[in-house]
Design a protein. Structure first.
Length: 435
């Protein structure tokens, strides 16, 4: 009975922290301006949503208008349809709610790791007030949705279902969120495969119904298949999940991005690189081919092979640039020239120590079973995402979207373990002195 009361108290606290997160995100959205769209990608999603509302005929007649994940813009367009206007208020309230759910799930994971109340409450409050998490949750960006999905999968993997009847639907919900994630950002494909294997092995050990797991698999494959049919009709040819994979490969072995990879690019250097991307390469290289007015499918395919050729022409330099690209995904600071000096300094001061604590956690060989599973999940998710990001646009100005919340969780675990270790040493020393 006492254990049940503790769990009920923990669950209520987690819900309150999640609610606080949603309220803070909503308030921050209003403070920034509900209709505010501050990044180029956000403007593209907004334009795509408005194009979707023009109807099927317009969509198939103008495939080049859809250069970002269509499903994210489709949800945005649906909120416009519900409101009867192009106001962003409903969509931003949805993002705020997802932010609150992320906080709730993260706190539940921290509780499952056995952290003290002080630690998991600190995690919830820190994430709620973290500007690097709040900013994407209050703008037209996919980053906060990505973070929610990844934390939700971690919850499925790490927190036992117990007697919760609703949790019997875990495989189906995984299938639904996986399908949405892949359609929103195709670089989710490898993480879905990696985490899917972890979860299916877990559910198999727990003797979950094979029919439910089969349904989840069929759901993912069916949605991807239908989306591929849509893309084939939209672009009048085959592209795998998106028509911009070729651009990512074409830029992969270009040394021009090194200042951005390391994060030291000045504002002038950052602008020069961006202008080079927009004007000169690699799209300019299409003019050197025999293609005349290439379709999106032809351009994507040609750019893919151009990129492969560039990497193979100098394999040593290409390998070094790919490794540097991998480093840029996880480095602890934003690009100096792409952000204000204050944001750069705050990021540096915040994420350098958190990166150190993250490495300390991942190297710890004395973790208990729950934390070992957490480390395993992060290795699989981090590894598959890192590989996937090699095939996407290489101008990385910050870490992979979901990293922040896990860094904070790892930091809390390491600091709590150090605190109790130090406390134990002091007690042992006191006992030794008495005896």
């Amino acid at each position: 009975m006492m254990l049940d009361n503790v769990k009920m108290s923990q669950n209520m606290s987690a819900r309150l922290l999640g609610l606080l997160g949603a309220i803070v995100a909503s308030a921050f959205s209003f403070l920034r301006g509900i209709e505010n769209v501050s990044i180029a990608d956000g403007t593209s999603y907004l334009n795509q949503a408005e194009s979707i509302l023009k109807g099927q005929g317009y969509i198939f007649a103008n495939p080049n208008d859809f250069s970002h994940g269509i499903v994210f813009s489709a949800i945005l367009a649906l909120t416009f349809k519900v409101l009867g206007s192009s106001s962003l208020i409903l969509f931003k309230l949805i993002l705020s709610s997802l932010f609150g759910c992320t906080i709730y799930l993260l706190v539940k994971i921290a509780q499952e790791m056995g952290l003290t109340k002080v630690s998991w409450m600190a995690i919830g409050l820190f994430c709620t007030l973290d500007p690097f998490l709040l900013f994407p949750a209050t703008d037209l960006q996919t980053e906060s949705v990505t973070t929610f999905i990844v934390v939700y999968w971690a919850y499925l993997y790490l927190v036992p279902a117990g007697s919760n009847t609703f949790r019997k639907l875990d495989p189906v919900l995984f299938g639904m969120t996986s399908s949405f994630a892949i359609l929103m950002r195709p670089n989710f494909l490898l993480p879905v495969i990696g985490i899917g294997l972890l979860l299916f092995y877990k559910w198999k050990k727990e003797k979950s119904a094979n029919s439910i797991m089969a349904l989840a698999t069929i759901l993912i494959l069916s949605i991807i298949f239908l989306y591929q049919i849509f893309l084939f009709k939209l672009y009048d040819g085959f592209v795998f999940l998106a028509n911009y994979g070729g651009i990512g490969i074409a830029y992969l072995c270009k040394p021009d991005f090194i200042p951005q990879y390391f994060g030291y690019a000045s504002a002038a250097e950052n602008m020069r690189i961006n202008n080079w991307v927009l004007i000169e390469n690699p799209l300019g290289k299409l003019a050197e081919t025999n293609l005349v007015n290439p379709s999106p499918v032809e351009a994507n395919s040609e750019l893919f092979w151009i990129g492969i050729k560039v990497c193979l022409e100098n394999p040593i330099e290409g390998t070094w640039l790919i490794l540097l690209r991998l480093f840029s995904v996880w480095r602890p600071s934003v690009v100096f020239g792409a952000y204000s000096f204050s944001i750069f300094i705050v990021s540096l001061l915040l994420w350098v120590p958190l990166t150190y604590l993250m490495i300390k956690f991942l190297k710890d060989r004395k973790l208990g079973p729950p934390m070992t599973k957490l480390r395993q999940y992060f290795f699989v998710m981090g590894g598959t995402f890192t590989i996937s990001l090699l095939f996407t646009f290489p101008q990385v100005r910050h870490r992979v979207a979901f990293a922040e919340v896990f860094y904070i969780l790892f930091a809390a675990i390491v600091l709590e373990r150090l605190y109790f270790k130090r406390k134990s040493e002091i007690i042992e020393k006191s006992i030794h002195q008495i005896t």
